[in-house]
Design a protein around this ligand. Structure first.
Ligand SMILES: Nc1ncnc2c1ncn2[C@@H]1O[C@H](COP(=O)(O)OP(=O)(O)OP(=O)(O)O)[C@@H](O)[C@H]1O
Ligand SMILES: [Mg+2]
Length: 326
């Protein structure tokens, strides 16, 4: 049984202008010990999909269809106390922009100890502090620094603290939403190495969200590329990001939007145009208006995500089986 199974999930935000369907019929599976990456342009629904897992969506967002199952149990059936157990103890989240989320007037050790004290009633403060110190050591920060305040740490160290905090209640799945975006490249590499090491020592699965495809390619076992609320392509990291392997034109354009520092100096043209407005009904393939390979059927009929190998699937009329039906 998978650790996490998201099936056919649609999530809508209610706004004054009407509904925004931020995630539209998306599947996602994470097995035990697996690192899964979510990629895609800003606004494609990565955070919304991820926040649906521990049911941390804002009040004005609603799951309009589909289900989220953790260890085979549908979280829609969870009581408030079961949801509280799910959060921190089963699934913890390193939120997007978490680098500045630490309480500036509370010692780091107390901030890491807090979820332990809340979620494991009966734990003494000394025991929670001792575990906080161990967690700091595990993320490469000397435990003596537990008495320090956030302003006494660099950005990279604060992110290590956030990772330590996410591990406080020994979760099975960590959702890391852009955990390295605000860091320099060397610190990014250290944090990614740390996540890899911790996944073994803490027996973790990871959902890693990043704009940076090279980070996902290097870190994840499987990846899913999102576009305008839909999954465009999913597969192993090498099936999707390996040289010449990407099956969706959007994935190929995304890959071409990154410079290769070892290659020739070339002009990076990005992807012309903008993603569609998700408050409007979508007709055809959502990427068609920006796709240089689009044919007539792309503008009228929405492609399904179809398997092109045992582990690789793509939602494009030009790829795999769908081309014959298109
Ligand atoms: N609080 C909100 N109210 C209304 N619409 C929202 C809200 N949060 C997100 N959206 C809309 O939902 C869509 C998906 O947003 P989401 O934050 O999930 O994207 P993302 O892929 O995480 O983007 P980014 O890479 O910028 O973090 C966007 O169109 C966005 O405008
Ligand atoms: Mg986001």
């Amino acid at each position: 049984m998978s650790l996490l199974t998201v099936r056919d999930l649609s999530v809508q935000y209610g706004t004054v202008q009407g509904g925004v369907l931020a995630v539209d019929r998306v599947d996602l599976t994470i097995n035990r010990g697996e690192f899964v990456g979510l990629a895609g342009e800003s606004g494609c629904g990565k955070t919304t999909l991820a926040m649906s897992i521990p049911n941390l969506l804002p009040k004005y967002a609603s799951i309009v269809s589909g289900s989220v199952e953790f260890e085979g149990k549908d979280i829609a059936t969870f009581s408030e106390s079961e949801l509280n157990t799910l959060r921190w103890k089963d699934v913890s989240v390193i939120f997007q922009g978490a680098l500045n989320a630490l309480n500036p007037v509370q010692r780091i050790g107390d901030q890491i100890a807090e979820p332990i004290l809340i979620h494991e009633p009966g734990t003494s403060h000394d025991e929670a502090w001792r575990r906080a110190c161990e967690l700091l050591e595990a993320v490469g920060i000397p435990s003596a620094r537990a008495k320090s305040y956030p302003h006494e740490f660099s950005g990279g160290m604060r992110q290590r603290v956030m990772i330590a905090m996410s591990l406080a209640c020994k979760p099975k799945l960590v959702i890391a939403d852009e955990p390295i975006t605000a860091l320099d490249v060397m610190t990014q590499a250290q944090i990614l190495d740390l996540l890899r090491e911790l996944s073994t020592s803490f027996d973790l699965s990871l959902l890693l969200i990043s704009h940076d495809l090279s980070v996902l390619a290097e870190t994840c076992d499987r990846v899913q590329v999102m576009y305008a609320g839909r999954a465009a392509e999913a597969g192993t990291a090498s099936e999707v990001f390996g040289a010449g392997n990407a099956a969706h034109p959007y994935t190929r354009r995304l890959l071409n939007s990154y410079p290769n520092i070892n290659g020739e100096r070339v002009f990076i043209d990005g992807i012309p145009g903008y993603p569609p407005d998700l408050s409007q009904p979508q007709i055809g393939c959502r990427f068609a208006a920006r796709c240089s390979e689009a044919i007539d059927v792309c503008r009228t009929s929405e492609p399904d995500l179809v398997a092109i190998s045992a582990t690789h699937s793509v939602a494009c009329h030009l790829a795999g089986k769908s081309v014959t039906h298109g």
